[in-house]
Ligand binder design. Sequence first.
Ligand code: NDP
Ligand code: HSE
Length: 452
Amino acid sequence: MTEDRRLRVALLGAGSVGSQVAALLLEHSAELADRAGAQLELVGIAVRDLDAPRDTDLPRELLTTDAEPLIVGSDIVIELMGGIEPARTALLQDLNAGADVVTGNKALLATHGPELFEAADQVGASVHYEAAVAGAIPIVRPLRDSLAGDRVRRILAIVNGTTNYILDRMDGEGADYADVLADAQRLGYAEADPTADVEGFDAAQKAAILASLAFHTTVPLEAVHREGISTIDAQMMDAARAAGYVVKLLAVCERLDDEGGEAISVRVHPALVRRDHPLASVHGANNAVFVQAEAAGDLMFYGAGAGGIQTASAVLGDVVSAARRHIAGGVGVGESTRANLPIAPIGRAVTRYQITLEVDDRPGVLATIAGILADGRVSIATVEQTIIERQSIIDADADAAAAAQTTGAEGRARLVIGTHKAQEQDLAETVDRLGSSDVVERVVSVLRVEGD
Ligand code: NDP
Ligand code: HSE
């Protein structure tokens, strides 16, 4: 039967991922035909520049700069160009022409996913996107299919390899952020403009996709609270290490069920993770998705979150699924978004925090700080104080030394306060009050603690 069936496959893009997908489609055609139930005929590859160097040897006659004829008449279209346009228009055209589509384009899915899914529903086609989150790691299908009968409570995920590489080296070597970022750029992990990675935009796109799948709700990218890692310095890493934590950039997707009713919180930010948590052992540029489901319990999906050949594995899995559906006929299974849960503002999130302050070391300071926290409904779990020697202040800062003399301070101290769970809104207001209190020299950092 396999020999009789032939599906036309078009590929848009032959960069890091696309060139590997094309090579595997050609090299493994017999095996893929067995698995898919039809020959997968690569009819053409759309690129921008016919003469650009490629990571794999591709038959030149397959390359074209004109995507239009490929789209028309293909059964499966694989989009690996990236970006919003022309990818969006091409995929809408593909779907309207009845093709099943496979894409790894998280930017497009996080911003125009509902439009694509609606177009697919209209014609009974399907959109496959395993590669869009965490590269090679199977996580889209587990959330969409394997856990469809369970209730996901929380996802904690490391979905950006570049930032994990930077934070891991800062943690392991005590290195500075700027130095490691420069290395990451030299090694090709980080782009010349690293903003999308280090400021959490890439992770936020993936968080929107994960949360939509996990909570059967459309989560727009604008609803994802986002903070990056560019404010993390070696001192914060040291403090984290001393307290038994490691700093990770996490995508947190969780179900809230408080007096405000059921809702979901989706956020990306650096967080402290206990060293014995499975996510703490994710090193280098690897990714991991830690899922907590009501019946299944804790599950961890780990592996390569990027890389041409690794990501090609996820794309080809989708191509085989798309081919099977095409052969079986009937309508593609659409996205499940009927839960339609409200998305809570960041102020409603509840977690633990570590607040680091620099304060005068004089009588009554701790009592004042404890009072501010109590007034703000933030309960203290731990306090650790490190004295900064008076002599070092005199050496470093004559004005501060003089000020200390008039207030009777014996020096300066660093306070690291671990809180019990508190609501983000209460915590933010409390930190503002701490910052303007005359016993606090400066708020050094406030980090969320996740995964306890
Ligand atoms: P690349 O930038 O390496 O490749 C993009 C390809 O698309 C190039 O071949 C380029 O052509 C082609 N292209 C771009 N614009 C057009 C256009 N207007 N018309 C025709 N061809 C075009 O991207 P990647 O392979 O890295 O990524 C592809 C997708 O996969 C992205 O959506 C990305 O987010 C996603 N992804 C990537 C991962 C990775 O590790 N790289 C991991 C997970 C997902 P030309 O070569 O001629 O310039
Ligand atoms: N820039 C991304 C990362 C690549 O660092 O993980 C895969 O999306």
